[in-house]
Design a protein. Sequence first.
Length: 560
Amino acid sequence: MPTTKNAIVETLIDCGAKHAFTLPGLGVTWMLDEFHAQRERIDVVLTRSEQIASVMAQVYGRLTGRPGLFMGQGPFASSTGAFGILESYFAGTPMVVLTDTSCYDGFGMYGVYQTMTGDYGAADVRAVLKTMTKFTAYATEPHEAVYATQLAFKHAQLPRQGPAAVVLKSPIIRREMPEQTRVRLYPSAGYQAFTPARPDAAAVATLAQYLRDAQQPVIVAGQGCQNEATRSLLADVAQRAGIAVATSYSGKGVIDETLPIAAGMLGTWGAASANRMLGKADLVVVLGASLGPDYLRFRDEGVIAPGRQRIVQVDVDPRNAGWVYPVDLAITGLADDVLRVLATADLGSTRREARLAGIARNNREHGFGVVPETAAAPGTMHYADVVRALDRFLTPTDMLTLDAGTNRIWVTSRLRLRTPGQLVVPAGIGGMGWGLPAAVATKLVHPQRNVVSLIGDGGAAMTFTALSTAVQRGLPITVVVANNGGLGMVRDNMKERRIAVDFPPTDFARMAEGLGCRGIRVERPDALLDAMAEARRATVPVVIDAAIDPAASHVPVSDY
């Protein structure tokens, strides 16, 4: 007779899971023999912490469009593992969490340590996960474990995508699973099928008319545009009609940012050119973006203003259109479906040259893509030097992951990305420590591409052991640690009142050597380029410890 764990692993495979990211404990440990038996069909990736595993699963989901599977023991999956789950929740990426109540048969109510049943003396893993998932199921019977897994994959993939969790009552995992006569189980495929909402033809025709009439329309592109089909369509439609494209943070790099239609990334720490361009628009077309206050300078009316501007919002979830700002037209559907229709329409071809001239004037006036001249203390570099090095180094075969902090601000505001889809950023909670596990997962998904990760020393110290997985899996990545000896962004904001922001000297190159990687210390911009070139040729992960002037600030990045 099959066991629950056997049925769970089979169901994971039936639902399309090809990788599982974990630091195993209790219930997951009990399932490992079944994963071993199915190791040719599903690959279990070992990490050094639940935080790292959850980030890798989240990035896997983002890059593949299929749910990334994160497995961990209840108390740890829902605490240290919450990092990647929250990123998935806020960023809208598909993810499935498989965990347990961490209890033993018959002892769930006795306050056994680590117990997460929700009883007296225990914590409640289900309650915790429900605060950060779209869907959480609690399986107390073997057949419920199978059905819950099927539904979790379904909910994770439905718009708006996000994390779904399966909590298993631990003792059922090893229990035999008799055939159900009343509650029958069915193949997984039938639960996964759905047809996405198609945009209303009349609404899209109205949008086309709005675009024909607009003097200076601007498209705000967000996470909903970050797929290959939409990126290509967006560039074609916008170029043909001379429509400016500004992006949210998660939409950064959705088009080649050297194109004449590109205005840059919006936000307080975005490009002034993007903020100003949007402020000049008479028509704002929002594609797969939330219009969140954080990247519109917290409702700065100089950036966007209902009434002064006509606003059209396209989103796969009708709840998102008209969520932050009232809109003049809401279209429910995928961005690529809308763009496919617009590609056949006249969107103001006679206005194209005037629109392009307006974009060019705006970008010149506000220095789009211009990296300012900076100075650094002897033996150190400035963040501007890192941006210049990346600009010279990155090719269409490279991927770039970022973390949190000043280094990210400089790259997203000043680096013009030429390869659409090249950038991978934490677009949900945006926490420190995300970038390095993200790079490992990116390399796993795209083994043929060179993966570069730029992180600060604060974030590096949090998840540096992700390199252990990279070494074990034979994934050569390039990690550039912008080492300024502290929390640069916080330090800048405190000005002269510095407390709890400075770290003792840390040699990340030597730490990397101890993990089986190559470590390089650099103190000059030309040496950084040489080190990245060396890393591209390496067969092991390479960590470049780049000395950054502690006085280098994020404050002068944006003038608006």
